[in-house]
Design a binder for this molecule. Structure first.
Ligand code: GAR
Length: 202
């Protein structure tokens, strides 16, 4: 299964996928391209270093979301992508995009969904005063961080935590869970029963 990775920033989750591929832990998934909506994303350099095709589809160059997504889909089709991973991709995708890759888009979110959707989840967890937060790896639907949940794992929030220290611990969870979810998808082991994800085991 050819898997595209959409990014906007540093790309440590992309790196986890690249490392998983190098160690054979992603097959039969194969990373076919990395697409960033930001030309300066460090994730693009990670892709180049790993010899993975890296493209930019800059959302600022398009009049509206539909035009941006039309080009994004065209870029994904040029790379024959069959599934899409959002790895720190900070744009909301509309129904049209989600329909094109239905049940083949996986996102990782740095909170225990449905808590703290959006772009500042670790800071929101601290501000709220929760004792536990974590990460959620989920299928993408047309909502913001609302799709069916594949994996969740938690981490405590300590009194000394700030958004950065907390996000660092959450990232470590994501780096383990995201490649596992991608491999399960490629192996055909993830199915949906309503909004429940069924994971087929041996
Ligand atoms: C990740 O923690 C991911 O969950 C989060 O951005 C970070 C990207 O880190 N995504 C969101 O907040 C989306 N709602 P990375 O660039 O180092 O992989």
């Amino acid at each position: 299964m050819k898997v595209a990775v959409l990014v906007s920033g540093n790309g440590t989750n992309l790196q986890a996928l690249i490392d998983a591929q190098a160690s054979g832990a992603l097959a039969p998934a194969e990373l076919c391209c990395v697409i960033s909506n930001r030309p300066d994303a460090f994730a693009l350099q990670r892709a180049q270093k790993a010899n993975i095709a890296a493209d930019v589809v800059d959302h600022k160059a398009f009049a509206d979301r539909t035009a941006f997504e039309t080009e994004l889909i065209a870029a994904l089709e040029r790379h024959s992508a069959e599934a899409v991973v959002l790895a720190g991709f900070m744009r909301i995708l509309t129904e049209g995009f989600v329909t094109r890759f239905r049940h083949r888009i996986i996102n990782t979110h740095p909170a225990l969904c449905p808590a703290f959707p959006g772009i500042h989840a670790p800071q929101q967890a601290i501000d709220y005063g929760v004792r536990l937060t974590g990460c959620t790896v989920h299928f993408v639907d047309a909502g913001v961080d609302t799709g069916p949940i594949i994996f969740q794992e938690s981490t405590p929030v300590g009194p000394a935590d700030d958004a950065s220290s907390l996000h660092q611990r959450i990232r470590a969870l994501e780096h383990r869970l995201l490649p596992r979810a991608v491999q399960l998808l490629a192996n055909g082991r993830l199915s949906l029963d309503g909004r429940h994800v069924v994971i087929a085991t041996d």
